[in-house]
Every structure is written in structure tokens, then in C-alpha cells.
Design a protein around this ligand. Structure first.
Ligand code: GLN
Length: 182
């Protein structure tokens, strides 16, 4: 049976993730309220605006159910603002502190070829849009890739987080890795 993968759909580019999941043979489900989390094999928190997403999570009472899901071991992928949502100051699931818009206002968006540990088949084509990076992390966090020494792809147990937007570059290898964890 196809894997059921939730995509947090309060705000942001959740549709591009759903499309990529479908192309990998998984079944996406838009997550807006806690009941949408029932029975998921994996979850994606997309990019967007972390401030808006935080308000939506509060409004819908999603914080505790999201934490429970991840604590139960469900694999999760956070991209860009999704990485921020998982950090110490937001959902408190990843043992990291992130810096918003870390590449500065001049360098709002750029693309790069990035080697990501655990992703086979050569560098990933990574699209960065007002991206965060990790400024501090605990010992359980594995750094999978860096840009100018700054961690931009990490793993902590069942959680994967990247500063960039794999769903926009047509490179589905991180999504495949998430499905492999589930
Ligand atoms: N800068 C945004 C934020 O702080 C993240 C941007 C993105 O997700 N593309 O939420």
C-alpha cells in the first residue's frame, strides 16, 4: 500500500511537496488540524513564513499532536521555514538554534550544488530562498551538509531538516530518503 505522508498545509509551498510525493508513489495528505495526523507514515513541514506557521499551529492546537507524532518515531522532513519550526525556539524537537534569513538581505535567494551525506548519486541541486542556517546544535545532531561552514542539512534520529527547497528543484532524493525511514 502507498505510504501516507502528511504535509503541513497551514501556509507555504505544501503543494510542491505533495506533487513530489505523488511522483514517488506515496499518498500525500494535507494537514490542517490534529485529526489529519492520524495514521501518517511520515510528515513534511514545508517552507513558508515561520511566523505565520507558528500562529497557525497555535490556532489549530497542533503543537502537542505534532510533538507526539515525532516522539512516537514518525519520520519528519522540515524544509527552510520547516527547519525553523522544528528548532528549540519553536516546536522544540530538534536540538538546534537556527538563524532566520541567515544569508543576509542581499543574498536572499541562490542556488548551489551540495553534497548531502546519506544522499547517494552526487550533489543535490539546492534552491535557497531567504534560508536559515544552524548556529548551534547538540550532540545528537548529525550535520549532513554545509554552506560556507554553516550547517544547512541535518539529521537527528527520525528528523531530517534542510535550509533549502528540494521540492522546487525536481530533486526527489531527500523525499525518497524520508520514505525510506518510514
Ligand atoms: N525566511 C523565512 C522564515 O523565517 C523562511 C523562508 C522559506 O521558508 N523559504 O520563516
Amino acid at each position: 500500500m502507498a505510504k501516507l505522508v502528511g504535509v503541513l498545509a497551514l501556509q507555504g509551498d505544501f503543494e510542491a511537496h505533495a506533487k513530489m510525493l505523488r511522483s514517488l508513489g506515496a499518498q500525500p495528505r494535507e494537514v490542517r488540524v490534529p485529526a489529519d495526523l492520524d495514521g501518517l507514515d511520515a510528515l513534511i513541514i514545508p517552507g513558508g513564513e515561520s511566523t505565520v506557521m507558528t500562529l497557525g499551529i497555535e490556532r489549530e492546537g497542533l503543537a502537542e499532536p505534532l510533538r507526539d507524532l515525532v516522539h512516537e518515531g514518525t519520520p519528519v522532513l522540515g524544509t527552510c521555514a520547516g527547519m525553523i519550526m522544528l528548532d528549540r525556539e519553536h516546536l522544540g524537537l530538534l536540538d538546534v538554534t537556527t538563524r532566520h534569513n541567515a544569508f543576509g538581505r542581499q543574498v536572499r535567494s541562490f542556488e548551489a550544488e551540495l553534497d548531502v551525506n546519506g544522499v547517494p548519486g552526487g550533489p543535490m541541486h539546492a534552491v535557497f530562498i531567504r534560508a536559515p542556517w544552524v548556529v548551534d546544535h547538540g550532540p545528537a545532531v548529525e550535520i549532513l551538509s554545509r554552506v560556507e561552514e554553516h550547517p544547512v542539512a541535518i539529521r537527528q534520529g527520525n528528523m531530517l531538516a534542510v535550509s533549502f527547497h528540494p521540492e522546487l528543484s525536481g530533486d526527489d532524493r531527500l523525499h525518497a530518503m524520508l520514505l525510506g525511514l518510514s
